[in-house]
Design a protein. Structure first.
Length: 100
């Protein structure tokens, strides 16, 4: 695979120079492809689980959505309590309800 758009078209102003550069890149890509070896396929057991880092509002929502989807969730939080910044507020916008 060669990236002609990124390495030639967009960064080279002279069209003749870009064409020559593209030809070199394609030729190099073909030569490299000739020496590639197949990647061996391995099968490994996979546990249908995920880890959510951060017990704030976004982390808890993500963990709940995943758990409701049948995926085992590990919720990781560095503090002793969950809730993030939201737990530090005494009122929330727009209803001005208590955040606790």
């Amino acid at each position: 695979m060669v990236n002609v758009r990124e390495h030639c078209s967009w960064c080279t102003e002279d069209s003749e120079e870009a064409l020559d550069k593209a030809k070199i890149l394609v030729k190099s890509g073909v030569n490299r492809a000739k020496t590639l070896e197949a990647v061996p396929v391995r099968r490994v057991p996979v546990e249908k689980a995920t880890m959510v880092v951060g017990g704030g509002i976004a982390g808890m929502n993500a963990a709940l959505d995943l758990a409701n989807g049948g995926i085992k969730v590990y919720l990781i939080e560095s503090k002793t309590t969950i809730g993030g910044r939201m737990a530090q507020l005494d009122r929330t916008f727009p209803t001005d309800d208590c955040s606790i």
